[in-house]
Design a binder for this molecule. Structure first.
Ligand code: PLP
Length: 452
């Protein structure tokens, strides 16, 4: 076991990040010339995908898709496609970047509770798999689908197995907005009838998670979905359901370096809860996001000022709610480990001090870590937010017209040589101005003037 610093970060990881930071500072991508940036551990992503494949190695047929919303960056998706993954998308935008990244339509799964007719028509025309969220959506597909259509079509169910530790992250509660609520009166019979009426409806889908949900809750949801598939096939007297999409939702350990739970532990939990799932009668689809990317990315941000307020030391950095939205608004549910580095990227040591690590946004709650014990931060230092490879810098929030940050991929060779590759440039002020309606700058004044 590696030695731990006060913040719980193993020295091994801090050293690795320091190597990348030193290089990034020299390259000018973070520090005084780049106030905040995201970094992706390219080999780490590859290894996480390999661990996922390995955990399911004994399943005869499985398509692992990556939930695009967890890192909606084209080079990341391309890397995942090259590692043999498919892609789960939930909007026209995600579908577009998945196609740009090079996923074959047959390896793309379209989930969303709000698919429009146009989006459904496009997905059906391309042969992309669709998981209908509800029975009304199935009726839309009835009208749009042609007999030659190559799309696999499934139905999402909500097994209503309960809530995890974070209500907003729990998809299988009684009143969740997702899927057909299976335990509601009459719902199960309606689902069976929907399959009986549609021989092309061949997949059941459940996504039970995510952060804050224990493995046995997730496994119970999948067990319920499996039982329903068995019931439908038995009732119809034919093996119409040929695949089960078990979703993603594996939680991530944000408190330390260990990957916990592992994909292997997840498969073991599933194996005991649903032994029949792995016997080859059903092809499986998975849709992991956070568990593949979270530990393979970090945010680095410049400390612009430090101050004292009411006896509390506050470090004002350039990473706040625009890149760590959930952490800022729900700090108890989404705590992040913070690392303190000097201006050259060396880990800081010395006595620790309770400090607020605040962001640049103009509201008082824009604090990513409260009273965190860290070596004393100073102007020009760099803070690192660990485990932010999923859902953080890839999905920024445009508050205060703060530009979204640059993202860089990195590798570290056996002898410690760091290489960087661009993933996304920072939003420029020109991009930002255009996105703010520059082309229509005078439109409201003109409207008012022309209205008598
Ligand atoms: C968000 C989402 C996922 C991925 O969830 P993670 O917790 O990131 O693994 C998978 N499937 C669906 C339908 C989702 O909405």
């Amino acid at each position: 076991m590696a030695d731990r610093t006060a913040d719980g970060v193993a020295d091994r990881v801090a050293d690795r990040v320091a190597g990348v930071l030193r290089h990034a500072v020299r390259a000018g991508v973070v520090g005084s010339t780049g106030t905040v940036a995201g970094f992706i551990d390219t080999a780490g992503v590859r290894d996480s995908v390999a661990a996922l494949h390995e955990a399911f190695a004994e399943v005869p047929s499985v398509l692992h898709t990556f939930a695009a919303k967890a890192a909606s960056l084209t080079p990341v998706l391309r890397l995942l496609a090259d590692q043999g993954m498919g892609c789960e998308v939930a909007s026209a935008g995600e579908l577009r970047i998945a196609l740009d990244a090079g996923f074959a339509p047959a390896d793309i799964v379209f989930d969303s509770p709000a698919k429009s007719r146009d989006e459904l028509a496009q997905a059906l025309a391309l042969g992309i798999a669709i998981n209908a969220d509800n029975l009304d959506e199935l009726r839309r597909i009835d009208a749009l689908r042609t007999p030659a259509c190559a799309s696999v079509v499934g139905l999402r169910v909500n097994p209503q197995v309960g809530t995890g530790a974070i209500g907003a992250m729990s998809t299988a509660t009684a009143t969740s907005k997702f899927g057909v609520a299976l335990r509601d009166p009459g719902a199960r019979a309606e689902v069976v009838r929907a399959f009986a009426d549609r021989p092309w409806l061949t997949r059941l889908h459940a996504h039970v998670g995510s952060q804050g949900c224990p493995l046995d809750l997730i496994a119970a949801g999948i067990a319920e979905t499996y039982r329903l598939a068995e019931e439908i096939n038995a009732t119809l007297g034919r093996r119409q359901i040929t695949s089960i999409d078990i979703g993603g939702g594996l939680p991530v350990n944000f408190a330390g370096d260990d990957v916990r739970p592992t994909f292997t532990e997840y498969v073991s939990a599933l194996r005991s809860a649903v032994p029949g799932l792995f016997d080859g009668r059903y092809a499986l689809v998975t849709e992991f996001g956070r568990s593949l990317l979270a530990k393979n990315g970090f945010i680095a941000a410049l400390v612009e000022y430090t101050k004292d307020a009411g006896g509390r030391r506050v470090a004002i950095t350039h990473a706040g709610a625009q890149v760590a939205t959930r952490t800022v608004f729900m700090p108890e549910s989404w705590p992040l480990r913070v690392g303190a580095f000097d201006a050259t990227g060396r880990p800081k040591d010395g006595p620790v001090l309770a400090q607020d690590v605040a962001g640049p946004c103009c509201f008082a709650g824009d604090v990513v870590a409260h009273a965190r014990e860290l070596p004393e931060l100073a102007e020009g230092d760099i803070v690192v937010l660990y485990d932010t490879g999923a859902y953080y810098f890839s999905t920024p929030w445009a508050y205060n017209s703060l530009p979204y940050p640059a993202v860089h991929g990195f590798t570290v060779s056996a002898d410690g040589e760091v290489r960087l590759a661009p993933v996304r440039p920072a939003q420029t002020l020109d991009d930002l101005a255009a996105a703010s309606g520059l082309a229509h700058a005078g439109s409201l004044s003109e409207l008012l003037e022309s209205t008598h």
